[in-house]
Ligand binder design. Sequence first.
Ligand code: ZN
Length: 268
Amino acid sequence: MLIFDMHTHCFPDALAPKALPRLAEISQCPYYSDGTYGDLREKEFAAGCAGLMILHIATKPTQMTSVNNFAAACQKDGAYCFGSVFPTAENAVDELHRIHALGLKGVKLHPDYQEFFVNDPRVFPVYEAAAELGLPITFHAGRDPYSPDVVHCTPKMLAEIADRFPTLTIIGAHMGGMEMDADVEKYVIGKPNIYLDTAFATRSLSPARCGELIRRHGVDKVFFATDFPWSTVVTERTLLEQTGLTGEELALIYHGNAERVFNIALSE
Ligand SMILES: [Zn+2]
């Protein structure tokens, strides 16, 4: 089976030794890499991936240029990247145009680390520009240990944006809402312009529940993803294999949907 991992992370070599332990302390989560690009590639391909998407996050306005330049440098030989903007930065829309010009595949926003609510009108120009440029946005959706008491992207907010920006392609990470599957079911399931990724689904969903949400949302609108280095291909595949989805359905989730949406041709 061809496998494309739609949600992975790495850091520049100089930052990785500090960044990963710090994030692990916040999230109280074990990790499976030294955080570098080289190690990410090695482990993902060794685990059977034919390609992967690396999602980068700018946690300060001043980081946007360097983060997106790093993303562009990472994008080669089966690795594709989403860039990032700090959405309340003055020059966020300009940076979106640069992301587009660099040939990056989309934009990752992490509203907990970037300190905004996804339905805040201040960031609407970013959604508008992303829609115009044809750049999908992956949102960290649902709970995050970094901000345990305040959820900055609830499934309800995600649905609100989807309605307001019908031409924007939205990807709700973590099955549309980490640890919030009842709200995902209520608000997100069936929205035509929302895709879901399965990143770290093992953290809060049983295989049966995950399979149920996937079927109801549409097997053509879900991407296999791990959230590596916070989980692994083996772990997240084990869950998907137990969902009861057919081989044909799984083929879409493992690679077909990513190939179609991102215009990527994968080979063994
Ligand atoms: Zn992630």
